[in-house]
Design a protein. Structure first.
Length: 137
């Protein structure tokens, strides 16, 4: 369960992280803030590249940064864009892998947000169980 204060801090951290984004090509700035089970907030922002395939989204920056810091147990994530845009498909897939039970707050820069879950964002997701069953075949 996410407390109101945690949600407020998480959304504010995502909005703040958005200011750090490097998006000279699209101008689409995204910030993300990840809440771990010990109460730590890990932020990320999108970083574009002229070779678009090398671009990394804010959600994946926050998640991979947390993993690199040795963190696991992800409880919630807030994602902030100017218009309250939802995470892309690749980010949803990574969220399923690393935080399948997470609550997700999708916010605009004014802090207006909607609450959803990783499962709602990517129902019937491909996950590690498919690979395990393939190994037995």
């Amino acid at each position: 369960m996410i407390l109101d204060g945690q949600r407020t801090r998480l959304v504010a951290a995502a909005i703040g992280a958005r200011d750090r984004a490097y998006a000279p090509y699209s101008g689409y700035l995204v910030g993300a803030a990840l809440l771990t089970d010990d109460g730590t907030i890990v932020i990320g922002c999108n970083v574009e590249n002229a070779s678009y395939g090398a671009t990394i989204c804010a959600e994946r920056v926050a998640l991979t940064r947390a993993v690199a810091e040795g963190r696991r147990g992800f409880v919630a994530m807030a994602v902030a864009t100017a218009d309250g845009g939802s995470p892309c498909g690749i980010c949803r897939q990574v969220m399923v892998e690393l935080g399948p039970q997470m609550v997700v707050f999708v916010s605009d820069t004014a802090g207006h947000h909607r609450t959803t879950t990783v499962q709602a964002l990517l129902p019937d997701a491909f996950d590690g169980s498919a690979l395990k069953s393939a190994e037995r075949s």
